[in-house]
Design a protein around this ligand. Sequence first.
Ligand code: DNO
Length: 392
Amino acid sequence: MERTWRWFGKKDSITLDMLKQIGVEGIVTSLHDVPNGEIWTSEAINEVKNHIEKHGLRWSVVESLPVSEAIKYGGKDCNTLIENYKVSLANLGKAGVKTVCYNFMPVIDWIRTDLRKPKGDGTYSLFFDPVRFAYFDCFILKRKDAERDYPENILRQMYALNETITEAEKDELVDTIIVKTQGFVSGNIREGDKNPVELFKKLLALYEGIDREQLRANMKHFLQQVVPVAEEYGVKLCVHPDDPPFAVLGLPRIVTSADDIEWFLKAVDNPCNGLTFCAGSLSSGLHNDVIELARRFAKRTHFVHLRSTEVDSDGYVLEASHLEGRGHVVELVRIFERENPDLPMRIDHGPLMLDDIDKQYNPGYSFLGRMYAFAQLMGVTAAVKQIDGKTA
Ligand code: DNO
């Protein structure tokens, strides 16, 4: 697989020269300064592309070309925004940037409740705690009838938490769930926004009456419009699975399981309509068996995120070591190296460790932890290739 790395543009303190030193071949990035919904011009695309190439690397994957909320809920600007999306896709294709990742998660992208969960060895991991998440929903957002969405054991623990939680912990929960994890990926809410909870509630309100079937219909409409353009310009689109892979906050989520993947692949049955195989997101749902999913969907996978999780029966999710846990990353490398060897892959997230602990990085995207996992997976890939008789 092609060894890629998520880079956040010229402002990223992890420079392209550093990435070159550790054996990265391709860059995964976005035009982070272009507001959602606006056209990515050829000039802006080529500027980033040339900058990357000057450092002896290539722009392998766009993560993400964001899908505006109005496309997802079917607002009045939906078709204009889809037209803009098509122009951006065409401009990317013309520039030779041919793999484009996006997601179709309403309002909220990936969800974590804790960005510094101690792992007991001095390092920290990202964590999803269903009790704190329920607390955020029922006590902070105060969403109508929210309690109906949680099992009794979670509600019991949530009420116990309510007896002890401090104001500072509540603020941190809000900051983690809707600001720090979202600010750098979605553009819906940014660091420094006043009253993020009110902003967030307004976003949720846009989806009143949008159920799973309606969201599917809206995704199908989007794919029907954009996939022909992707095909014309040789661009491979690949949707990122929902993280975590289940409905949240009364919002439907539709890229969560084998059935969902099968559904969107058939909705527009074209090789340019594919999947980002995010092992971390998929493995965080106990209903998913990532090995089975990889075998089944390898040929329609256009981009791989290597990461793993540990999940318990209450739904607590810990980001595990890249070599352990439900992500079965070693086996995934074996499957993808055999089935689709040119795929770009990147390490997704990494433990917060060593000198990085007090530095400011986007959550999950520190340098040393990702480099550590990157080196582990380079070793795994070399071993898999040797066993298969290919040169490493
Ligand atoms: C978080 C990421 C996601 C991902 C988007 C892709 O670390 O995996 O934010 O980039 O969902 O559209």
